[in-house]
Design a protein around this ligand. Structure first.
Ligand SMILES: [Zn+2]
Ligand SMILES: [Zn+2]
Length: 59
């Protein structure tokens, strides 16, 4: 696995803040595979997220 990630504007899926440069969690939507980012605060609070692509909701 190479770390060739591009610096892009990333927003927390739950609260919408810009998380570029933060230790945010990223994962793929279990339903459609859309890449989802979540900030540390929302991860701690286990806020719900909603996939912007398919509307899947999860913890
Ligand atoms: Zn957040
Ligand atoms: Zn999805």
């Amino acid at each position: 696995m190479s770390q060739s990630e591009q610096r892009q504007e990333r927003q927390c899926i739950s609260c919408g803040i810009n998380i570029s440069g933060m230790s945010a969690a990223k994962f793929k939507c279990p339903d459609c595979g859309h890449m989802i980012y979540r900030c540390a605060t929302c991860r701690k609070q286990s806020n719900l997220y909603e996939c912007p692509d398919c509307g899947f909701r999860g913890p």
